[in-house]
Design a protein around this ligand. Sequence first.
Ligand code: PLP
Length: 380
Amino acid sequence: MIIPFNKVYNSGKEESYIIDAYRSGRHCGNHQYCNKVVSLMKKKHGFNEVFLVPSGTAALEMGAVLADIKPGDEVILPSYTFSSTVNAVILFGAIPVFCEIEKETMNIDASKIEALITPKTKMIVPIDYAGVSCEIDKIMQIAEKHNLIVMQDCAQSYGSYYKNKACGTQAHLAAFSFHETKNFNAGEGGALVVNKDEWLQRAHFIQEKGTDRRLVLKGVKSKYSWVDKGSSYLLSDILAAMLLAQLESEDEMKSLRSNITKAYQELFFNYEKDGFVSTFKISEDIKINHHAFWVIFDTKENAELFMAGLREKSIYAYIGYIPLHSAPKGLEYGYKKEDLSLTEDLGNRIVRLPFYTELGEIGLDYCVQEMEIQLNKIYN
Ligand SMILES: Cc1ncc(COP(=O)(O)O)c(C=O)c1O
């Protein structure tokens, strides 16, 4: 049996929706399926306004345009994230200021943010690693005190909650990914949630190549013109059709994925008790979407042994991110590995386990059994 790291899931309705979108003859953005996805997202999770975009990366970039990120602005973010989080701001000339993470969640350590704020700080971009919400309440309090913008990178946390509020509803801006590696797959796709009403009109302009085309579609104007900076931040209706099928099955998919979290938690419980590994610890305030599962091993060597042993059994686990501050581009900003020693250390010892919806139905027992064999080889 082969257990890949990730696998796309078919909820059953994708094909018929895609064909319907195709046959409608309207394939560009903001048509019927886009509208259906936006309504569903707002109804299900209470988002203020949703802009469907071509990727999570595009959502972050559109958010940076909307936040008017300019050369010399400083943006605080964790180093333990994907390149898109930082690229979205350096593309517009901002300086990344990397903050340490907390070992319980691998998310930004909110208690370390204030020390990094300078008169040049414009924005904070926390992420929700593995679908676990960052401490968004604390981050919003800091932002309010210092008049900063918060754009939450929710690429992995669609359907997660913090204090009974969906991830992406509390920050000024939130970026979601619907890449095939995420819980809900449009192939490539994303969404920018805009929670500041006064930014909505501009967000429409920016999404539509800096034009007021939306006002023409609404019948307010007869001709559209160039009114702002912008780009083509639109998701095709054909991809939105696929996404709708996935999002309509959120509860069933979440339930299957929860079987995986439970099985992995049970497997690692004793090894954690004995101090060999650690897994995520979340407060009662957080409800997870079961996006991913990670384990921090006691040593890098044991993490590698575990992955190699699994690979021999055709089970594919991987290391997580390479921290950004010590990556080649991070070094160009003057960072050294030891500047964020906790991030560096955890990043060396983390392993992400196979996690995809179908695994909640097929292959989980085999996967867990083989993992237990490897753990016993290493630790007994
Ligand atoms: C934290 C984070 N931000 C942004 C992205 C980018 O999303 P996309 O692949 O949809 O562009 C990812 C994708 O893996 C991610 O994990």
